[in-house]
Write a protein that binds this ligand. Structure first.
Ligand code: PHE
Length: 423
């Protein structure tokens, strides 16, 4: 039973059966960690922006790209999904994965959500930086709010083929109109990795070459010229072909960004008919954790001067390794309960609902939660779940009494919210 109206960022929104934002999540709006002086996320933002300023200049020597880093994170379903050709039944739209304000509006799940509005406004080279919101598990690399940078670059035929005049962006045989995206969406998962039917192979190859050159340049600017990397084919509904760039780091391949040639339907919807473009998106926390050696994603939300004073934007090219302030002890407590009759995990009860409840009650006192056990009682048919909650504050030692009290509050909030029975 949610209230009929919600106040977000000074505007009032209607709520409905889809509403699942919590006051805790709404409290992150406006925090703008990516704009906070000397914050590691702000340092990474400036490195990316400066790299693009340097990589693309106009004839007068001025940067080609413009930067949007204060856009409202409240977006419509159309902006976040429909405009980007994300199929109606795509998993990323689920209520268990996004923070919805109501059926039509949500907190953006990626900064790509702003693509169509900016292109429609006439922009052809831009970066969008901001925080995004996703419902997820709780561990050292996941947080319900994190930051992304997205970029779009559009080129006309004359620009792309400056050195090869006479070549074309679009196939001669192509009629200029595309099938209704709704008709082609269900099979789009099996999209051709070579090119979209409307584009010429020459245009795609040249655009791909420019994009990969720039993104490898960015990666080397951040991680050093000797970094080992590889391109992996992938699928995004809004680009075709699509790739992920991975770097070899501490004996593992680590995904750093997603990119591709923009789907022409998206440009057409934005009123652009004579250009093609590339787009990419990158997560800032992922980069910052590697570059500064930051071990836990919660640290980005710390106001402790012991953390914040370690970083400075005076010299953006000197990225110091984070020195742990000290390690406070962990405290582990299990919570088991019976779900109401006919309810099971992922059938009426989503673990993400429980994680949000814990975030609301315990905030950053919780380091990690694992679903350690679930079973169905053979006689009663009722399902039981057990979550193991690891408590640890980043900035002080928690007492056993304090942890017990919070644990009790989580238990009773679970009873109230999910109608469960504590075991
Ligand atoms: N939006 C994608 C994500 O969040 C990243 C992306 C952006 C990929 C633009 C391709 C083009 O994972």
């Amino acid at each position: 039973s949610s209230p009929p109206q919600l106040e977000v960022n000074g505007s009032t929104y209607a709520t409905d059966g889809w509403t699942n934002v919590t006051p805790k999540i709404l409290s992150y709006l406006g925090a703008n960690k990516h704009l906070q002086t000397d914050h590691p996320l702000s340092i990474i933002r400036q490195r990316i922006v400066n790299y693009f300023y340097g990589a693309y200049r106009n004839q007068r020597g001025n940067p080609l790209f413009s930067v949007y880093d204060k856009l409202n994170p409240v977006v419509t379903v159309q902006q976040n999904f429909d405009n980007l050709l994300i199929p109606a039944d795509h998993v990323s739209r689920q209520k268990s994965d996004c923070y919805y304000i109501n059926q039509q509006q949500l907190l953006r799940a990626h900064t790509t959500a702003h693509q169509v509005e900016l292109i429609s406004g006439g922009l052809d080279n831009f970066l969008v930086v901001g925080e995004v919101y996703r419902r997820d598990e709780i561990d050292s690399t996941h947080y319900p709010v994190f930051h992304q940078a997205d970029a779009v670059r559009l080129v006309t035929k004359d620009k792309l083929f400056e050195r090869n005049p006479g070549l074309e962006l679009f196939e001669e045989t192509w009629s200029g109109s595309l099938a209704d995206p709704k008709l082609i969406l269900p099979s789009s998962k099996f999209m051709d990795q070579t090119k979209q039917p409307c584009h010429t192979l020459e245009a795609v190859k040249l655009m791909e070459h420019e994009m990969k050159h720039v993104l490898v340049g960015l990666t080397k600017d951040l991680f050093g010229p000797r970094i080992k990397y590889r391109w992996v084919d992938t699928y995004f509904p809004f680009t075709q072909p699509s790739w992920e760039l991975e770097i070899y780091f501490k004996d593992n391949w680590l995904e750093v960004l997603g990119c591709g040639i923009m789907r022409h339907e998206i440009l057409q919807r934005s009123g652009v008919h004579q250009s093609m473009g590339y787009a990419f998106g990158v997560g800032l926390e992922r980069l910052a954790m590697v570059l500064f050696d930051i071990p836990d994603i919660r640290l980005f939300w710390s106001n402790d001067s012991g953390f914040l004073s370690q970083f400075s934007e005076k010299d953006l090219h000197n990225l110091p390794k984070y020195k742990p302030i000290s390690h406070y002890p962990q405290c582990t407590n299990d919570l088991s309960f019976w779900l109401p009759e006919d309810i099971e995990v992922d059938a009426g009860f989503s673990p993400n609902d429980f994680y949000d409840l814990v975030r609301s009650v315990a905030g950053d006192m919780v380091e990690q939660i694992n679903l350690v056990d679930k079973f169905k009682h053979p006689k009663t048919g009722k399902s039981s779940v057990c979550f193991r909650i690891v408590y640890r504050h980043m900035e002080r030692t928690l007492t056993q009494a304090e942890v017990n009290e919070i644990h009790k509050q989580i238990a009773s909030a679970s009873v109230d919210s999910f109608n469960v029975q504590i075991r």
